[in-house]
Design a protein around this ligand. Sequence first.
Ligand SMILES: Nc1ncnc2c1ncn2[C@@H]1O[C@H](COP(=O)(O)OP(=O)(O)OP(=O)(O)O)[C@@H](O)[C@H]1O
Ligand SMILES: [Mg+2]
Length: 334
Amino acid sequence: MPDTTSTKKPAPNVSEHPMMDEVIRCEKLTKLYPAGNILAVDQLNMTVHHGEIFGLLGPNGAGKTTTVGMLTTLVVPTSGKAIVGGIDVVAHPSLVKQVIGVVSQTNNLDRSLTVWENLYYHGLFFGMKSREARAAADKLLVEFRLTERAKAEVMAISGGMAKRLQVARALLHSPSVLFLDEPTAGLDPQSRLALWEILRKLHAEGQTILLTTHYMEEADSICDRLAIMDHGHILAVNTPKGLKESVGADSIVTISAAGNLDALAALLKEKIEGATKSQRVDNVIQLHIKGASGVLPKVVSIAEQAGFNITDLSVAEPTLETVFINLTGKELRD
Ligand SMILES: Nc1ncnc2c1ncn2[C@@H]1O[C@H](COP(=O)(O)OP(=O)(O)OP(=O)(O)O)[C@@H](O)[C@H]1O
Ligand SMILES: [Mg+2]
């Protein structure tokens, strides 16, 4: 029986109301580029929750940028639906623009403005008063360690600094969700780690983030959940840990050898205790092992007895690369 004695409504609890927890929702979102008749994104269903770092991981041409393009109103969907910050991207693109921050893969800072001015004018563009935009720009320069270069031309700063400035600018109007397309592509390792630290800090502050990447280490290291994409489809969505566990093995043995690799793969699957799967991936064999130890010497002796010459052998825990190979039969790396 509902309690009719109280007129006071309880505060909404997002965990009990999943719809309120959603910052992004796509339903059958599709993009067919008429030029070349390319189906870049095919009936994509996806939900991103408040406060999570969600990753789209996939190889070149998977449809990551097109997906982000549709969610950020730069690409018009062919069909399907996308809701961002509670707003329909097709029906109200200009409203969506106000609640999102976008860091594109290319450097799209205004070259005619200084570092500080890039932030300040962005604030004015988003309707802030001059004093408010000034204060926000100053604060973000400190937070992103750019104060010393405030008066520099944007062409004069390093790639890592330019990317930090793009992120700072995208955050200036306090967006509900921050989109980053390949945020660390082309950055040196130190700048990449610095950007990861920034994203982790934003995450700790509750910022919802959607990023695309083709670096599995990046997806593994900073995403709460990720979608593995290929050919315009999402093949799996889970936490990095959940995806790796889905492989169903605790170690992966990689074997290089001369001869008929398909035959050797079948032989190892049959003879090695704990082998759950054995397959040829390009020029190597990947043998999945569960609950068995001391596998390497056995692999060597079985292969040699059958006349195979092993040229390289290694063992590792499953990675997102293993997950991708399991799903597609090919490697994620180019
Ligand atoms: N404007 C366009 N016109 C026609 N085809 C396009 C256009 N933009 C992208 N495509 C094609 O759509 C497919 C998906 O491209 P998209 O850029 O979304 O992939 P991506 O996952 O971001 O790849 P990358 O890792 O290379 O950035 C590719 O086949 C690409 O060639
Ligand atoms: Mg892209």
